[in-house]
Design a protein around this ligand. Sequence first.
Ligand code: NAD
Length: 715
Amino acid sequence: MSKTPHGSTMFSDQHRPIFLRDEGRIRIVTLNDGRMNLLLHPMRGALYDALAAADEDPGIKAVLLAAEGTAWCAGADLTEMDSGRADADPSPAQLVYDLLQTMQTPVVAVIAGTALGGGLELALGCHYRLAKADARIGLPEVTLGLLPGAGGTQLLPRAIGLEAAAHLILSGKIVKAGQFADTALFDAMLKDDPTSEALAFAVALPDGSPPRLGQRRLDHPIPGAFLETIRNNLRGYPKRTTGHLPAVDCLEAAATLPLHKGREIESQKFFEARVADGSSAFRYGFLAERQSSKVPDLAPDAVKPSIQNVAIIGAGVMGQGIAMASANAGLSVQLLDLSEAALRASKDAILDIYEKSVKRGRMSATQAETTAARITQVSDYEHIAACDLVIEAVVENMEIKKTVFETLDRVMKPGAILASNTSTLDLDQIAGFTSRPKDVVGLHFFNPAHIMRLLEVVRGKATAPQVLAEALAFGKRLRKVPVVSGVCDGFIGNRMMEQYLRQALFLVEEGASPSEVDHALETWGMAMGPFRVMDLAGNDVNDAIRARHRLEKPDYILPDIPDILTERGWLGQKSGTGWYVHEKGAKRPLQNVILTEELDNWRKANGSASRKISREEIVERCILSMVNEAAEILDEGIAQRASDVDVVYLTGYGFPAFRGGPLYFADKMGLRTARRKMRGFAGNPHGDPGFWTPHPLLERLSADGISLTQYGADQ
Ligand code: NAD
């Protein structure tokens, strides 16, 4: 910046992500990187230089730190986080502690948009903070396996108190700034004209050294006991990441040690959390989710979401869930079923769920009433003809789906999107029942559909790009994580799950008990072991799939032991007995003693020498079976990128977040090691040795030195 007489002079440098201008003796520094004002290395450097220059200029009375765009500052860029540039001079901590907290010229943060993570820390470093009441603020670092490492753990408690800071930091929640209007976090709330209001504030500032949060006392009567309780609660918290417990240590330092010591501990804990085992998997999962709704041949803004009203055909389990997910997003819903009884039952079930949400404090009674009122039960197609989107969720039977789609083709307005929630049927065949296959798409929700985040958006051969884009936008509107899948048996998720369950069943045939298999995988991190999953879904579901495979693929090797359950009508939770015995009120399912005997008999009768199987073998066979299937899924173009496969597993199948997904796990194991293990499993005569030939894609990637998760990453 050249020397310029103070006045209303414009300083701008096109190479820098910030703009400078003076209003009298007030310098306005505006962050403007054209995105979310991320604290990338060039932004940090430019900001440091601009603030330091203002501090050294006797003509400047105060600095306003403002921003253009929806974000004031959205913090670090995660793509930089695991590279050396995240800490390059000036690091975020240097900006906050070494520069801002030692400046003599007051800096006023003018927060009219989002201030997250490093962005909120930047504001904490400033001497004054002004914010619009609806600006969104938060420190989401712990959800990404990190902790606020640039002043968040030390300065926030000094501003809002230890308990409120612990809550904000450990929940990672994003809240409205107005919530803290009465605390030292904010000096005033901005109203309609942030810049003028902030200018008036700066002009009226007293001379002399500005206040610093670092100098405030942090009073709490029993910080040690308070934080110990939190630590104990966190130890059993299923969503705990590598950031949570070290963040508590930092809060303890803030409450008990001087700032310079607290800063040291914060810095040390931040670096430890960032490199801890599993930490980067949280960041990978976060970025993978953002990537999953992008389709290479579709511009992100190819579509303006136009879906306002939705019709759902079939008011069963899935129809009800999809209706609630849509109504929760503010859409009006017509729920159609041929059975009057099903319609009545759906009304009761939906009201019951909303009532429970009110009791649990998740929504107010008025909200529940308004949302439920968006759903109308109808029995005639004429009521739905004008809907923008119709989602079929009738029973899984091609003949019935054929009738439904032929009717939809006849009655729906031109341009309406015709979607199917089928889990296993051929979407291209379904599209063929209509005269408008380009308008047909799959929307594969997971049960319970109003809760589960995953949505597989199935792109048929004829699905128009615009229709796909609308379907993705619809999924996002429902706050789902949409992942595009091509048409194949089971799409991405269930196709891989089938291999996983098949290995679990083979392992039991070879000598493991269902609970040993479940225990090994649950200890490894899966939310629920495969046998508990089968009992939950109903063993009839698996039976139907096996029956179909026996017909369609006679050479495909299927485990036989599920027949033991089928013969006895042991359907799982719904019949009270399955792989386990499910007693009402019992916390955990009980061992099925009769089944244990039957399994022994089966092994003897089938000459399967019962052997002790290690936990390691259980985990590796089950997880690597998914990896080998996923390689084929990628090679066939069913999934666009490896990270999409991981997103499916992280959001829909209870895969542990700290393991990043099956393909991220395979990368960590090393593709050469994974392939060697697969070849080893092929030596086992039981359990389909042919399946264990490593897929050629894995070989190609190893040979080219490319990791699996890089596959398709640039799309
Ligand atoms: P369901 O048996 O609970 O409900 C089906 C409903 O469709 C019933 O209310 C029935 O009366 C109605 N119906 C039948 N024929 C009809 C017709 N011609 N017109 C209108 N309504 C008709 O079934 P569900 O579990 O909700 O499954 C529905 C679809 O969702 C299936 O394709 C299934 O594969 C798929 N799916 C199910 C799950 C799951 O976990 N249940 C998960 C994902 C996808």
